[in-house]
Design a protein around this ligand. Structure first.
Ligand SMILES: Cc1cc2nc3c(=O)[nH]c(=O)nc-3n(C[C@H](O)[C@H](O)[C@H](O)COP(=O)(O)OP(=O)(O)OC[C@H]3O[C@@H](n4cnc5c(N)ncnc54)[C@H](O)[C@@H]3O)c2cc1C
Length: 400
């Protein structure tokens, strides 16, 4: 009987545990989480902030799931150390737990840029990041009708969180260092259309601006921008990306570049130690998205339990989940105009379609205001990438 240990309880960890159980019903599987609740759906955290969903609604796996699969889930039990020679992990309480195969699925943390004044976020009341359910609960408790929120970072996650705050009556100003919104998901035309839609909803934007400093004032908080603009705020939400949680990887001595390096079988540089999800990088690529974590976890779990699976990559697709705005981007969006593209801008407010291709082979696309079109294009992208008649039909000749 083998001992499987999984550090983490996110999508990578859960899909790995499930894959292990498919191969091996007898061995022990122990999962550690530094959080308090079962596996939950992180992408819906902005809806927890807005009150549209309750914490219970976000739970993907409750206690019964772990019981049914015979998995021991240790909640509120951070793993603090690991000893690869003795093949054991050590909890914050000092308990040693041995393993035959170990999965590092510790995910990532919200990145906080070195802005003077941020210091240790935990000790600055009113300054937040959003990564966990506990973060969402804290933000929700601090936000409310009429509160002035400055959002530092206008990426997908920031805009979704900002939308959650708008919905509870907050005023939301977004500071974004890039001169346009969502530089990785839109080109300049798409970004302009999107910005218009978001402004109609109540967002205010300061694009192409750096935050110089955050300071406390008698009136609350102040965000000072590089052009001298001063924004008054009751709370600040920093949404500047994610960084892998590498503390244990360092203690294990794993090979790391941007994140833990894994091969196609999700093996790290250390025998019998695997990694999956936001903690790892595969073939030079860091995904930071849910579907990649699920797939990588499945591959890791299968191999840990003696099966055989390989990870070949995930076509990254991102959607902005803001009610009334349908934006989906996938693969190469070619903001620089280096490739061929089919483009259609509809009469309807904000409708924009773009498919990037190379001699008829689809490389990626942007769809704003057309969920059905986005689904069709994504299906083709994942199937054979051929610019089929169904794709061409989305681009009436006069606009292509
Ligand atoms: C607000 C928000 C919205 C998002 N929206 C989307 C979206 O729309 N689409 C999309 O594809 N992706 C989205 N993402 C990203 C997606 O949630 C992540 O890519 C995914 O959760 C990564 O899964 P993971 O299992 O690698 O890590 P995580 O989900 O980060 O889980 C890591 C786990 O490790 C545990 N852990 C870490 N260190 C320790 C330790 N030392 N001891 C014990 N436990 C530990 C944590 O408690 C946690 O359970 C979003 C993320 C956020 C925060």
């Amino acid at each position: 009987m083998k001992r499987f240990v999984i550090i983490g309880n996110g999508p990578a960890a859960n899909s790995a545990a499930e894959a292990i159980r498919k191969q091996d019903q007898a061995s022990s599987v122990t999962m550690f989480s530094r959080e308090f609740q079962g596996h939950y759906y992180t992408p819906a955290l902005p809806e927890l902030v807005s009150g549209e969903k309750t914490a219970e609604k976000l739970i993907v796996h409750g206690p019964q799931w772990y019981e049914r699969l015979g998995i021991e889930l240790r909640l509120d039990c951070p793993v603090q150390d690991a000893d690869p020679e003795r093949r054991l992990v050590i909890t914050a309480e000092g308990e040693e737990v041995g393993y035959d195969a170990l999965l590092l699925a510790t995910g990532g943390n919200a990145f906080v840029p070195p802005i003077p004044g941020t210091g240790d976020l935990k000790v600055i009341p009113g300054v937040f990041t959003l990564r966990t359910m506990a973060d969402a609960e804290r933000i929700k408790a601090a936000a409310g009708q009429g509160r002035r929120v400055v959002l530092i970072g206008g990426g997908l996650l920031g805009l979704e969180a900002g939308n959650g705050l708008l919905r509870i009556g907050a005023h939301v100003e977004v500071v974004e260092v890039f001169p346009r919104l969502l530089p990785r998901q839109t080109d300049s035309l798409g970004a302009k259309l999107l910005q218009g839609l978001l402004e109609t909803m109540g967002f205010a934007f300061h694009l192409g601006r750096k935050t110089e400093r955050i300071a406390r004032t008698p009136d609350g908080l102040e965000v000072l921008l590089d052009n001298g603009t001063s924004l008054a705020a009751d709370m600040i939400l920093i949404s500047a990306g994610v960084r892998p949680e590498l503390e244990l990887a360092g203690k294990l001595g794993l090979a790391v570049d941007k994140a833990v390096l894994v091969d196609d079988r999700m093996r790290t540089s250390l025998a019998d130690v695997y990694a999956a999800g936001d903690v790892c990088e595969h073939r030079g690529r860091y995904y930071g998205i849910w579907p990649a974590a699920v797939e990588q976890g499945r591959v890791a779990g299968t191999n840990m339990a003696g099966g055989s699976a390989e990870y070949a990559g995930t076509v990254p697709s991102n959607s902005l989940k803001v009610a009334g705005i349908a934006l989906t981007a996938f693969g190469e969006i070619d903001a620089e105009g280096r490739h061929q593209a089919l483009v259609f801008q509809g009469q309807a407010n904000g409708l924009y379609r773009k498919v990037v291709h190379n001699q008829g082979r689809m490389l990626g696309g942007i769809f704003l205001g057309d969920e059905q079109g986005a689904r069709t294009a994504l299906t083709v992208m994942r199937r054979d990438q051929i610019l089929s008649p169904e794709i061409r039909a989305l681009f009436p000749a006069e606009s292509a």
